[in-house]
Design a protein around this ligand. Sequence first.
Ligand code: DAV
Length: 433
Amino acid sequence: MPKAHEEAFHGLPEPGFAASWAERGFLRFQVPVLIPRILDYINPSFLTITEITRTIKMAKAIVNSWNEFDPLRHVIVGRADHTCIPPNEPATEAKIPEDSDMHGMWGPRPLDTVEKANFQLDNLVKVLESRGVRVDRPTPIQWNQAVQTPDFTTASQFGCMPPRDVLLTVGKEILTAAMSFRCRYFEYLAYHELMQRYFDEDPAFRWEQAPRPRLSEHSYKPGYFDEITIEQRLERTATLDFVTNEHEPLFDAADVCRLGKDLFCQHGLTTNRRAMEWLQRHFPDHRVHAVNFPGDPYPIHIDATFVPLRPGLIINNPNRRLPENQRKIFEANDWEIVDAARPYHEAPPPLCYSSVWLSMNCLVLDHHTVIVEASEVHQMEQMDQLGMEVIPVEFRDAYPFGGGIHCATADVYRQGDCEDYFPNQVPGTQVRR
Ligand code: DAV
């Protein structure tokens, strides 16, 4: 654990030690966190008792994030340690190139690649901290362990580089997703210590878990990944035919785009309709929408496809455009959807499961600032034209471990409340009409 985090971690209040809490914890940890948050919320020209009370309440909050773009104050950044290439399983198809040494192999990734990925992840942490964002890290477990449940076995697990896939932050809640990959069944354990800490520090934090799926053979379409042409794959995904069926609710957190009161969920390989119905019942004050993006032969996660930069502005992958009928709700509320810039690279790095479109998998720090992968010159230029300050960060060595800069992070705290950005609802996308 790098020195700065170790210190921050050990400086936290421990329950039951009131004296040391007051002396060490509050002064060393809480005060530096609270003062900027209090200042954020104070508008000196309109101080009323209600506002002061609200300010103090918000200042105590550790967990709060309603969207993808409000000012980021606290985030989790993943780690590459012990990451494995999992064996084949029904939900996935290991996309290892034919001519690679690792073709047909699974198990721990080579150590030098782990070190390179961790170097870039640690650098991302430094950049975030230099911008005043507090950063927490997961505790990796030995992912090279087999898993056996009453319904399935898998010979290895995956890793905890992409917290975005498993943790869905909605307001004061962090929800562990019901993921469809067997190798990811216990991934949430890497975040257990952090969740416990947020639970102790923040009286309003809701620590939640979606129904644990069974992931038996009944949840998948047999033969889905058998040899077929890309055209046939595109036909299938356009007609909402995915490897996961509707047997039980399944979703990855990275399929959910959070825009205040509205949650836009990508229906694809990793998220089904039943999960959207579950999310709608679980978040009764939200409106859950189903979206899909024809043009993607492997639709996994919305964050290299449909990426909001600020209220009213989204970049959309030009190979995976949102269909006309699903755009209406954005048009009716004056949101602009622009084509994202082309990726700089023609191929992803070796042993990477994601596409070149990680170019648009950026992390928005606030309505005017965004972190983009440093070699993605076209995407950086477009961001600049769209009025964003761009912070370039090298990240391609981390891609094979589970994705880009957005994937590698999960929100803990963004300043701001739940806004209604879509007061004009249009039929066509809502899960409940
Ligand atoms: O385009 O391969 C990657 C998204 C990872 N969260 C893609 C999607």
